[in-house]
Design a protein around this ligand. Structure first.
Ligand code: CTP
Length: 408
């Protein structure tokens, strides 16, 4: 899948000798598919686990292994040619980073191609340590990690779980989506929205009937999460207020909520001082008038449930914004199955929005639960832009670009 932030980016992937190298192959492949140019540098130990050819096949580029070879280095010994590679890189990522590699990096050793490259590189450095039983907790490793952190490296926390030895502990290399999330966060840091706080809501609220049942809707949260990811890519600080249960983008501050009422409270709290609110959640308009403490028993052939209105979150935000000035920008959504533009422009005005993204939910390929969407964006100046069927990621990027424009 193409990722705009990664398109054309030069990434050096340093691979050291851990059993987790197989995950680095998947990462190199996904980075390449995302549009990055991946130059893999392997240590000798890494080559004991996997052949350079494997990385070459997934990245489509030469793989660097030996300090002294001239084969892949245009006639120069590769330890010299690599100064150029390090200078051109947008990012150096070491995954997996073994305890030995960490020690070398922390102390400035430069006795193989990877450590030389790391010493020469001035681009951001991400390190993903991976090691077996007890090695991570060892005071020497911890001290090395501290030195690297102090030097500005971004460390990816190893995960808990089963290690290759059969021991259970901390030291596993995270899976590709998590690694990609960290890469995006670091590459996005100086983006156009850096220093801005964005609040994004996502998912369908659940309104309890009794301890086991609730009323809800078909929203998956995917569009809201794609907006949160696009905001992170642009360097924003992101608060994601979510009623959905899907993987959180790396770097987002997740505030889990369940009902319309809990979402309302979270939104009013977090929009204080914020640059923008993007209200992508499908909030219930009604909830059961009372919540049964015990599980409801069936009795009659039919059942009528008395419902009451929930408070409209955007209306409450409008009132708070009039007093406090925050959020500076408000973006709403409208899910419509008929008269899309007419209904949407009504909502734009009544809810006091700067931008309204109207979803046509009548087709199967757009709107709820799928990965694609088709929207019309309406603004306060009467602007109207239709975006034909595309990925929710692309729509997320479009909305974030519009928010950037409104803030500027
Ligand atoms: N919304 C909200 N609070 C609610 C219901 C909806 O803030 N209690 C927000 C949604 O997050 C969305 C916008 O209002 O950004 C429009 O939601 P939508 O369901 O399309 O419209 P409603 O205002 O609920 O109107 P209707 O259901 O009558 O079309």
């Amino acid at each position: 899948m193409e990722i705009a932030l990664l398109r054309g980016k030069r990434i050096i992937l340093g691979v050291s000798g851990s059993i987790a190298v197989y995950k680095a192959v998947d990462l190199a492949s996904k980075l390449t598919q995302a549009g990055a140019l991946v130059d893999v540098v392997m240590t000798e130990a890494a080559q004991r686990f996997i052949r350079p050819l494997t990385f070459q096949a997934v990245s489509g580029r030469p793989v660097y292994t030996d300090m002294w070879t001239t084969e892949t280095a245009g006639g120069l010994p590769s330890h010299i040619a690599h100064i150029g590679l390090a200078e051109e890189a947008d990012l150096l990522l070491i995954a997996p980073a073994t305890a030995n590699t960490l020690a070398k990096l922390a102390h400035g050793l430069a006795d193989d191609l990877l450590s030389i490259t790391a010493l020469a590189a001035s681009c951001p450095l991400i390190i993903a340590p991976a090691m077996d039983g007890g090695m991570l907790d060892n005071p020497a490793t911890q001290a090395n990690l501290e030195v690297l952190r102090g030097g500005g490296a971004h460390l990816i926390e190893p995960e808990q779980g089963r290690l290759a030895s059969g021991l259970v502990g901390s030291g596993r290399l995270p899976e590709t989506p998590t690694l990609l999330g960290h890469i995006r966060r670091v590459l996005g840091l100086d983006g156009p929205l850096s220093g801005q706080k964005l609040v994004v809501t996502a998912g369908g609220t659940r309104e309890a009937l009794d301890p086991v049942r609730y009323l809800s809707n078909r929203s998956s949260g995917k569009q809201g999460y794609a907006i949160a990811q696009a905001a992170l890519d642009a360097g924003a600080e992101v608060v994601l207020i979510s009623a959905a249960d899907i993987p959180t983008p790396v770097g987002a501050n997740l505030i889990p909520v369940v009902s319309a009422e809990s979402m309302l409270a979270a939104v009013l709290e977090h929009v204080a001082g914020s640059s923008a609110l993007i209200m992508a959640a499908a909030v219930a308009d009604y909830r059961p008038r009372s919540v049964s403490e015990q599980k409801m028993k069936k009795s009659d052939d039919s059942l009528a449930l008395p419902l009451e209105r929930t408070r409209d979150i955007l209306m409450a935000v409008k009132a708070q914004r009039e007093k406090s000035g925050y959020p500076m920008i408000v973006v709403g959504f409208a899910a419509e199955s008929e008269n899309l533009v007419e209904n949407a422009s009504g909502k734009l005005r009544s809810k006091g929005l700067d931008l309204l993204v109207a979803n046509d939910i009548s087709g199967d390929d757009a709107g709820f639960a799928v990965d694609t969407n088709r929207v019309v964006a309406l603004d306060m100046d009467g602007g109207l832009q239709a975006i034909d069927l595309t990925s929710k990621a692309a729509i997320g990027a479009y909305i974030i670009e519009r928010v950037g424009g409104l803030l500027a």
